[in-house]
Design a binder for this molecule. Structure first.
Ligand code: 1DF
Ligand code: MN
Length: 343
């Protein structure tokens, strides 16, 4: 990978602790009435013996030489690292809090060892909202620059007021929340799962895009106007829907059809432009990236790789070749991330 006039900061990069991998495997072996999305996703990466599952599982657990070598080979200066989906969000509450603490301690240690290569996000257990809020605070003291939430928790979404202590802490500490996908909950997954579409191919985006949309329509950003949310995968399709979201939201509010769709201060697109940043994880495609830059703003679109799930070195040069000028490229790869995460 050749040098460029900018540092490439990759912003949706995953890791897993050996402790969590072990616990997930125990759940797969002995758990009853398991979440079907958990079985589909973790059953594959933790259990399937094939090449993809094995190399991803190995790379997830490396916070040292192998990861750094992969970054060097791809020309990545820095990874913003977060606990991979579904993280602790599939666990029972007490266990989830403990596992998040261990994950954060391990990630913080790696970030201390390689301060010019790794930045961490705080993993939390939304199952215990007040513990999660305290962990966000501890994360700040560990040097983390945001929070990772792997979408729904046991089928529940962050617009539920019981989770608001988490949003309140994130806003107060100026910590962006990376709302990362996971498999849809059992109430949503069946038609996707039976077709093999529950994962990163499409199910992730449907579920996570809906999650962000719920936050908007529930008025979460009126209550927490300085809350910043990061979406991967170029905004989980929402930028493409802006016009229709605004039109149908206004029509739905006017109709009085749903208690859940009450007036909010702005249009859905206003919140997407004001409170949301998007990364290019898994979406190394010029037309889609240029479209998002156009409709959200050049300062809102950031580079991400999605290591190790999409460790494709050619996708770095594809994005080096975006049809934008040098200053814009530096913003895309480097300074937008520095500003958003306060690096
Ligand atoms: C996959 C993709 C898995 C992404 C991920 O975490 C993930 C995948 C479990 O391909 O199965 O973060 N992704 O963001 O696209
Ligand atoms: Mn990802």
């Amino acid at each position: 990978m050749t040098d460029a006039d900018y540092l490439r900061i990759a912003t949706e990069e995953a890791f897993a602790t050996p402790e969590l991998m072990t616990l997930w495997r125990d759940m797969l072996d002995t758990g009853t009435d398991l979440d079907p999305g958990f079985v589909s996703l973790v059953g594959f990466y933790a259990r399937h013996g094939g090449e993809r599952a094995r190399t991803v599982a190995e790379r997830l657990q490396d916070l040292g030489e192998r990861r750094l070598a992969d970054m060097d080979a791809a020309g990545i200066a820095r990874q913003v690292i977060s606990l991979t989906a579904p993280g602790v969000q599939v666990l029972a509450p007490g266990q989830a809090v403990a596992m998040a603490t261990v994950a954060n301690d391990r990630l913080a240690e790696a970030c201390r060892r390689y301060p010019d290569r790794f930045t961490g996000l705080t993993a939390v257990a939304p199952q215990d909202p007040s513990a999660a809020a305290r962990e966000i605070e501890r994360g700040v003291s560990l040097g983390f620059k945001g929070v990772i939430i792997n979408s729904h928790t046991h089928g529940e979404y962050l617009d539920d007021q019981k989770f608001w202590p988490i949003l309140e802490a994130a806003e107060a500490l100026d910590s962006p929340i990376y709302l990362h996908p996971t498999t849809p909950p059992r109430t949503m997954i069946q038609p996707l799962l039976e077709a093999g579409l529950d994962g990163a191919i499409y199910g992730f985006a449907v579920e996570t895009g809906m999650h962000l949309l719920r936050l908007i329509t529930a008025g979460v950003f009126d209550r927490f106007p300085r809350l910043r949310v990061v979406l991967g995968h170029l905004g989980e399709a929402l930028p493409f829907w802006l016009y229709r979201l605004d039109f149908m939201h206004a029509a739905t509010v006017r109709s009085g059809r749903y208690d859940a769709v009450r007036p909010i201060v702005g249009k859905p697109s206003d919140y997407l432009r004001r409170n949301v940043w998007v990364t290019t994880s898994g979406m190394a495609w010029h037309p889609a990236i240029m479209f998002c830059r156009d409709v959200l703003g050049h300062d809102r679109v950031l580079y991400a790789m999605d290591y190790p799930y999409q460790y494709v070195i050619d996708e770095v040069s594809i994005q080096d070749d975006l049809p934008i000028d040098d200053a814009a490229k530096k913003a895309f790869f480097q300074t937008n991330a520095e500003q958003l995460f306060g690096l």
